[in-house]
Ligand binder design. Structure first.
Ligand code: KIV
Ligand code: ZN
Length: 389
């Protein structure tokens, strides 16, 4: 039987840290309900100690969802943990997520703490959280730029104090996939509980465009929780996107043999809802959910697609909740696609008429970036059915 990857969605916390992506209370609750429907396992609903608004959003989301676990983020500060626990009271399953930076650069310049102080703070924070719940996640911020042996020490301390999930973030998107996989293996080899009683999680940022690749490399190396966001929104260049991680595992089940509980046909509706809420369109080239992800313009591709969709589609648009394939009309379109589209519209042309229409379409496409069905109909009416002057 295939193993399961826990999908931890942080759209409402790390995602909301994306410039211009702030959401109001009602929007957050609405999106949380959609994430619940999508089938993610954990929703990180916010950072309760950071503001009254975040506290109330985490509280409302805890009351609104029915299936997912709800996590609240906290620094390794006892009062943050108390506040998070208060906000999570009504969640069906609550998780406290506490973090502290472990790289020398963060410890020295951001925290002003020594290694032993950080170890102490991590121990106290995790054991305080564990006094409330057995569902405690610990994150070593900037783990990928931390000294590996110090990281082993911190992780061991967190595990001994009661963490049930340990998260290894590539906070600044610095890691390379094979290197990140090595780190994941190193931690499992040196902290025996990791990958056994304690879930090893990863959280990758996209500064060098490797968030999804690093996540998948870590999963191959044994990570069993991936932290992701819808459409990959998040700080700076964003986080690993849920739709890309899930569809890689889904399309390449033969390779990974790992399942998720995500209902893939809810992926596009979820990203679309996010886009409407934050008022930012999904970028055209975004894999899986972008407007061009299932659009075929070249005549050769369109011809292949009309014969067998698998020639140029490795997943169906329907499987991710999209209406269907988009055969784009343009100067690269071939006779076969134009004929098929005309037949759908109810026009049956002779070969000679078809050649005339294709030529006219190509002339029009030279002047206009994108052609629509209305343009095609206008060409047919003009070229084929026009009344004599
Ligand atoms: O990127 C990061 O390190 C984080 C942690 C708080 C998990 O978002
Ligand atoms: Zn992050």
């Amino acid at each position: 039987m295939a193993e399961k990857l826990i999908i931890f969605d942080t759209t409402l916390r790390d995602g909301e840290q994306s410039p211009g992506a702030t959401m109001n209370h009602h929007e957050k609750v609405r999106l949380a309900r959609q994430l619940d429907k999508l089938g993610v396992d954990v929703i990180e609903a916010g950072f309760p100690a950071s503001s009254q608004g975040d506290f109330e959003a985490v509280q409302a989301i805890s009351r609104a969802v029915t299936n997912c676990q709800v996590a609240g983020l906290c620094r390794s500060v006892l009062s943050d943990i108390d506040r998070a626990w208060e906000a999570l009271q009504d969640a069906p399953k609550a998780r406290i997520h506490t973090f502290i930076a472990t790289s020398d650069i963060h410890m020295e310049h951001k925290l002003g703490k020594s290694r032993s102080e950080v170890l102490d703070m991590a121990r106290k924070a995790v054991s305080h959280a564990a006094s409330y719940t057995s569902n405690v996640e610990f994150s070593a911020e900037d783990a990928s730029r931390s000294d590996w042996d110090f990281l082993v020490q911190v992780v061991q301390v967190a595990v001994d104090a009661g963490a049930t999930t340990v998260n290894i973030p590539d906070t600044v998107g610095y890691s390379q996939p094979q290197e990140f996989a090595r780190l994941v293996r190193y931690l499992q080899d040196n902290v025996p509980a990791l990958g056994n009683e304690v879930v090893l999680s990863v959280h990758c940022h996209n500064d060098l465009g490797l968030a999804v690749a690093n996540t998948l490399a870590a999963v191959e190396a044994g990570a069993r929780q991936a932290e992701v966001t819808l459409s990959g929104i998040g700080e700076r260049a964003g986080n690993a996107s849920v739709e890309e991680v899930v569809m890689n595992l889904n399309v390449r089940k033969d390779y990974f043999q790992i399942e998720t509980g995500v209902h893939t046909e809810q992926l596009f509706p979820s990203c679309r809802l996010l886009s409407l809420i934050i008022g930012q369109p999904i970028p055209p080239y975004k894999p899986v959910v972008g407007p061009n992800a299932f659009a075929h313009e070249s005549g050769i591709h369109q011809h292949g697609m009309l014969k067998n969709r698998q020639t140029y589609e490795i997943m169906t648009p329907e499987s991710v909740g999209r209406a269907g394939t988009d055969m784009v009309l343009g100067k690269h379109s071939g006779k076969a696609a134009i004929k098929a589209r005309l037949e759908e519209l109810g026009y049956s042309l002779t070969d000679e008429q078809l050649v005339t229409v294709v030529e006219a379409i190509k002339r029009l496409a030279d002047k206009k970036k994108r052609l629509y069905v209305e343009d095609l109909e206008a060409v047919v009416l003009e070229e084929i059915y026009r009344l004599p002057d």
